[in-house]
Design a protein around this ligand. Structure first.
Ligand SMILES: [Zn+2]
Length: 214
């Protein structure tokens, strides 16, 4: 079974895919699909945020989404202080409705880690499209934060060789995000990096998925 934890497409070869919805543009949902919805730091508009949060809350109440996000922090975007407020609002929804959070973090891993501590959040978080160091990944794992890898595994296989082989595999997830690659290719590359049989990798990821969403 192939599980795509975060995609902006249909991820057709995935058996389960969590399709991202942006809060500013929620599309009609299909019965047989799973969705997440969040306010992405790139698209924050101060005058719209509270309308969007309300909309996300309604999706939580109607059980239309299985996760909050993607949401989070991005140091390349200027309004970091306001991003933190909006991220924390979404963390509150995650805790209230017991849904995991799919986290976008660019050059802000230390802040995400601090917010995890200070918010006392209990729901699992997933750092999606992980591109940081092994040390930071290990710090996240200690905080019950899962690590999801996507096309970077294929683009930079050498960089992730050591990281993957040292990572606690109980926290590993895979995704296609907005790339053109297939989730099967991401699995194949991860299996290669880990020198692991595909079937075994599929079982490990499925177990991790169940521990987050079960
Ligand atoms: Zn994304």
């Amino acid at each position: 079974m192939l599980i795509d934890i975060h995609t902006h497409n249909n991820s057709e070869d995935a058996d389960i895919a969590i399709i991202n919805q942006f809060a500013y543009d929620v599309k009609p949902v299909a019965e047989n699909q799973q969705y997440s919805c969040g306010i992405h730091p790139w698209f924050i508009q101060e005058d719209k945020v509270y309308i969007w949060l309300k909309q996300i809350e309604e999706l939580c109440q109607e059980k239309k989404i299985v996760a909050i996000g993607e949401c989070g922090l991005d140091k390349n975007i200027k309004n970091l202080e306001f991003q933190k407020i909006v991220f924390k609002d979404q963390i509150r929804l995650s805790e209230q409705y017991r849904l995991p959070v799919i986290v976008h973090s660019v050059k802000t891993h230390h802040i995400v880690s601090e917010i995890r501590n200070s918010s006392l959040a209990k729901q699992p978080w997933i750092i999606h499209g992980y591109n940081g160091s092994l040390e930071t990944a290990q710090q996240f794992v200690k905080q019950n934060i899962f690590i999801s890898f996507g096309e970077n595994l294929i683009k930079h296989p050498d960089k992730f060789q050591k990281l993957l082989s040292c990572l606690d595999l109980d926290f590993l997830l895979l995704e296609t995000d907005d790339s053109e690659i297939s989730i099967a290719d991401v699995y194949r590359q991860a299996a290669k990096n880990l020198s692991m049989d595909m079937g075994l990798l599929e079982k490990r990821i499925e177990a991790n998925f169940n521990s987050v969403f079960g």
